[in-house]
Design a protein around this ligand. Structure first.
Ligand code: AMP
Ligand code: TRP
Length: 343
C-alpha cells in the first residue's frame, strides 16, 4: 500500500477525546474536592470535548430534604460555572433535566447482574452508614453512573480512586451490551488525577478532608471567606518538630505543603528551600494566603452568579438541551438494538 504522506494541508486534526464527569450536590464542596477534582476539570476542558453534570439523581439514594436539595443543586451548578468551565466549550448540565439518564439506567439495569452490584464496596459501606434506608436505588447507583458515562460515549472519566470500582462496572456493562448487540457504547477509561492532589483533614491529617466531617475546622469549604480560611489553616494540626520539610510523622506539614504546592505550582523541594529556618507560623500564613488567592476568583464569581438565578436556570436549560441531543442519540440506538419501537 502506498504510504500516505501527511502534510499540513491534508492533516486531519486528531479527533478530540471525550470526557465526562459528574459531582453530587451533597453539601458545599471542600478545598479537597476543588484541588482533587474540580480544578482538574477546568484544565481538562481545555484539552478535551467535555461534559460535566450535577448528579442530582444520585443524591436521592440517601434521604434528602427537598428544599435543601433544590438549593444545593443550584449552588453546585453555579460552582461549575464559577470554577471557570465555559458553557460555550463544555456541556454543563443538571442530570435530572436530561431524561435519557433515567431511561438508559433502566435498560442497563436489565443487563447487570445482582451479584455484580452486591460486591460494590461503596454499597456495602453506605448500607451500613444508612442502615435504616437501604433502598434499591442505593444498590443500583453504579448502573445510573454507567448510563451517565455511556450516553456521551465518553473515552475518559476523571474520578477519584473511590469511584474506580464503579467505572469498572460501567466498562463491564458496556462490553456486555456491545457483545450482544454489536458496538453501541464506547468503553470508557478512568482518568485518575495526580496523587499529590489528595488533601487531608486539617484536624486529623491521617484522614481525607471531607465535607461530612462533624468538625468544621477540619475542612475548608470553597466558599469560606478569607479570614475563615486563615483561621482554619492557622489552627491546623502539625507536629512539635518545627521544620518545614516533607517527612514521616509530619502528616500535618506534609498536607499543608501539598496544599501550598497545588495552589502555587511550587515543588516540595522549592517549598523546603523557601521556608528553611522559618517557623510554622510563617509557613501557615503563606499557605493561608495561597489558599485565599486560589479560591478568591471562584468565590467572587460564585457570589455574582447566585445573585442572578434566572441566568443560572437559563444556562442549565441550555446545557440540558445540548446534553439531551447527544444523550438521546445513544439512548435511541440502544433502544432499537433491544427491540423497542423508537418514535
Ligand atoms: P466526595 O465529595 O467525597 O463525593 O468526592 C467527590 C470527588 O472529589 C472524589 O471522587 C475526589 O476526586 C475528590 N475529592 C474529595 N475529597 C478529596 C480530598 N480530600 N482530596 C482530594 N480529592 C478529593
Ligand atoms: N458517583 C460519583 C461520586 O459520587 C458522581 C458521579 C455520578 C459520576 N455519575 C458520574 C462521576 C459519572 C463520574 C462519571 O462522586
Amino acid at each position: 500500500m502506498e504510504e500516505k504522506i501527511i502534510t499540513p494541508e491534508n492533516a486531519q486534526p486528531e479527533k478530540k477525546k471525550k470526557i465526562l464527569s459528574c459531582i453530587q450536590p451533597s453539601g458545599i464542596p471542600t478545598l479537597g474536592n476543588y484541588l482533587g477534582a474540580l480544578k482538574n476539570w477546568k484544565l481538562l476542558s481545555d484539552e478535551f470535548d467535555s461534559a460535566f453534570a450535577v448528579a442530582d439523581l444520585h443524591a436521592i439514594t440517601v434521604r434528602q430534604d427537598p428544599k435543601k436539595l433544590r438549593q444545593q443543586i443550584t449552588e453546585v451548578f453555579a460552582l461549575l460555572l464559577a470554577i471557570g468551565l465555559d458553557p460555550e466549550k463544555s456541556i454543563i448540565f443538571i442530570q435530572s433535566q436530561v431524561p435519557a439518564h433515567a431511561q438508559l439506567a433502566w435498560i442497563l439495569n436489565c443487563y447487570t447482574q445482582f451479584g455484580e452490584m452486591a460486591r460494590m464496596t461503596q454499597f456495602k459501606d453506605k448500607s451500613q452508614s444508612h442502615a435504616d434506608n437501604v433502598n434499591v436505588g442505593l444498590f443500583s447507583y453504579p448502573v445510573l453512573m454507567a448510563a451517565d458515562i455511556l450516553l456521551y460515549q465518553a473515552d475518559l472519566v476523571p474520578v477519584g480512586a473511590d469511584q474506580k470500582q464503579h467505572l469498572e462496572i460501567a466498562r463491564d456493562i458496556a462490553s456486555r451490551f456491545n457483545g450482544i448487540y454489536g458496538k453501541t457504547f464506547t468503553i470508557p477509561d478512568p482518568y485518575i488525577g495526580k496523587q499529590g492532589a489528595r488533601v487531608m483533614s486539617l484536624h486529623d491529617p491521617t484522614k481525607k478532608m471531607s465535607k461530612s466531617d462533624p468538625n468544621p475546622k477540619s475542612f475548608i469549604s470553597v466558599f469560606d471567606e478569607p479570614n475563615t480560611i486563615m483561621k482554619k489553616i492557622r489552627s491546623a494540626v502539625t507536629d512539635s518538630e518545627g521544620g518545614v520539610y516533607y517527612g514521616e510523622g509530619k502528616e500535618g506539614i506534609n498536607n499543608l505543603m501539598g496544599i501550598y504546592s497545588c495552589c502555587t505550582g511550587l515543588t516540595m523541594e522549592q517549598i523546603e528551600k523557601d521556608f528553611a529556618g522559618k517557623g510554622y507560623g510563617d509557613f501557615k500564613n503563606a499557605v493561608g494566603e495561597a489558599v485565599v488567592e486560589e479560591l478568591r476568583p471562584v468565590r467572587e464569581r460564585y457570589n455574582m452568579l447566585m445573585k442572578d438565578q434566572a441566568y443560572l436556570m437559563d444556562m442549565a436549560a441550555k446545557g440540558a438541551e445540548t446534553a439531551s441531543r447527544i444523550a438521546d442519540r445513544t439512548l435511541h440506538k440502544a433502544m432499537k438494538k433491544c427491540g423497542f419501537i423508537v418514535k
